[in-house]
Write a protein that binds this ligand. Sequence first.
Ligand code: NAP
Length: 288
Amino acid sequence: MKRIVVLGSTGSIGTQTVDVVRQHSDELEIVGLAVNTRVGDMLAQARAHNVRNLAVGDERLADQAIASEVREQAGAQGVWGFGMDAVVDLVRLPEADVVVNALVGAAGLRASYETLRAGKVLALANKESLVVGGDLIMPLAAQVDAQRRTAGTAPAVGPAGALMPIDSEHGAIYQCLLGESEREVSRLWVTASGGPFRGRKRADLEGITPAQALNHPTWNMGAKISIDSSTLMNKGLEVIEAHHLFNMPYDKISVVVQPQSAIHSMVEFTDGSVKAHLGTTDMRIPIQ
Ligand SMILES: NC(=O)c1ccc[n+]([C@@H]2O[C@H](COP(=O)([O-])OP(=O)(O)OC[C@H]3O[C@@H](n4cnc5c(N)ncnc54)[C@H](OP(=O)(O)O)[C@@H]3O)[C@@H](O)[C@H]2O)c1
C-alpha cells in the first residue's frame, strides 16, 4: 500500500489524483490533503477517503465557521492547521510515502524541498518548484535516489524514482528513460500542441479574450497553466523543468509542435534511434 499526501487536492491535478486513488484503493491510500480556500471540497474528499490530516493555505479561514469542521474531521489522531506552514508540515507525516505536489505557482517550492528533505518520494506537478529552485531541488533528489539505489528499491540505471514528474511531457521522457543509461541520451524532444492560437498571425490576436485563451485544444487543465499554454510560456517553463530533471544542457533540448498531443515527448539516443511516448490526453496517465 502506498500512502499519499495530496497538496492542492481540489485543483485539476489534485482531483484527478484523488480519482486515481479511488480507482486503485487496493494499492493507494490518501493520508493527507491540503488546499488553499476550497475547504468544503477538501472536507468532502476527506470524508470519502477517511483522511484525518488536513491543511488549508489561506490562514484567514482559521477564524471562519468551517474551521471547526476541519478540526472535527481531523479528530484526535489527525493533524490540522491553517497557513503555509501547516501545508508544508503535511509532507513530514511519518505515515506518508509519496507527496503529490499539485500546488500552483512558486509557493510549491518549499513543499518540494521539505518532501525530499524528509526522504519521501516527490510526485511533482508543481513545475514552478524546478523553474525557480531546480538547483536546490535536484541535489536533494539525487541524495534520495542514492538511498533508494543502496536500499535496492530502485534500478541500477535510469531514473531512480525520488522525483517523478507529473507533467505529460516529462512523464513521457521519464518513462522513455527507464532502464536507459544517461550517457547514451543525445537529445530530448519536448512536444507542444501549439495551444489555442496556433497558426494565428499577430493581427488575428488583437481581439482575443481570456475565455479563448483558456480553451485549450487538447488538454483540460487549471487556469494558470492554460493561459501559459496559450502564450507558449508554459513550453519555456517545461524546457527549464526538463533541463533540471534530466540533467540535460539547453542546447540538447528541442521543442517540436505536435498539434494532436498524441506524442507526449521523445528521447533521442546516441545511436540515432528515438523513443516516443504516445497516449491519450488524460493527466491520470502521468499521475499513475
Ligand atoms: N492541470 C494540468 O493538467 C497540469 C499539467 C501539467 C502540470 N501542471 C502543473 O500542476 C500544478 C497545479 O496545476 P493545476 O492546473 O492543477 O492548478 P489548479 O487547478 O489551479 O489547482 C491548484 C491547487 O492548489 C491549491 N493551492 C494553491 N495555492 C495554495 C496554497 N498556498 N496552499 C495550499 N493549497 C494551495 C488550490 O487550492 P484551492 O482549490 O483551495 O484554491 C488547488 O487545490 C501547476 O504547477 C501546473 O503547472 C498541471
